[in-house]
Design a binder for this molecule. Sequence first.
Ligand SMILES: [Zn+2]
Length: 336
Amino acid sequence: MLKIDSHTHILPKKMPNWSEKFGYGDFIYLQHHKKGFAKMMRGNQFFREIKENCWNADLRIEEYSHFKTQVQVVCTIPVMFSYWAKPVDCQELSRFLNDHIIELVEQYPKNYVGLGTVPMQDAELAIQELERIKKAGMVGIQVGSNINDENLNEERFFPIFEACERLGLAVLVHPWNMMGQKNMQRYWLPWLVGMPAETARAVCSMIFGGIFERLPKLRVNFAHAGGSFLATIGRIEHGFECRPDLVAIDNPVNPRQYLGKFWVDSITHDPLMLELVLKLQGSRRITLGSDYPFPLGDLTIGKFIEDMKLSRQVQEDIFSNAALEWLGLSKKEFVS
Ligand SMILES: [Zn+2]
């Protein structure tokens, strides 16, 4: 059975020291301090240690073979977005990261599918980069759950989503720059509480801001099974009904109507939760995802889904059909 992992991260092994090059800012750079490992540094501050499977394409394919997963949809790590930088600098950085992924996909067309990153803080530059990566064979982009604390429904971002729809580029919305981070540093709360809330913020902003109404062909996937959105859809719908004066000011459509229109990935770490997501979204709108190679990810690449004894059709949908439809690709591109 074809398995496509719709949510994985990759970096080039070597990157310029952007802070030195641009002369400001805490851009991320890599310190290869010992064999097979690198430190991601933000300015002079240690951010996270990564391993060789973050950049070594052959090693990744080998690791995936243990879980019978042939295809990885790759995108950068959200901390690389650099939406806070000067737009032209962010565009240069984005091009560098995108070119790395474009080359990777050219080299391994049956194993990798690429999502780009664009300078969301400047719609004109972002659209230039969208057009460039589309020509170079990328099938979509990853965007943050907020752009420098602004929600995705802000009018200044609309032309970017409109261009994605026009170019047929898929969108992965990934949490980052988590709300409340400063006030909850302990217990890894930005990742455990902030990230799911960020994704729900993004889904709600796009629904209530009318993005899906205005761009009905835009194909959006929300990371980590939509964060806390699906678990709180009852509350969100009730809010829409009891206080339309607050909620339904830009879009009169009930938020529940959008279930099954966008995609979410399968990263729940919980079969019960996945059953709920299946009921709400339908199997054609859940894509196998892992967040590989990071520890909070589903690093047995959907083994818990295999153990759930779902019908073959539902498994096939989650493992490949949903992702193919989201990405606008067909099965024959991966199986000979
Ligand atoms: Zn991720």
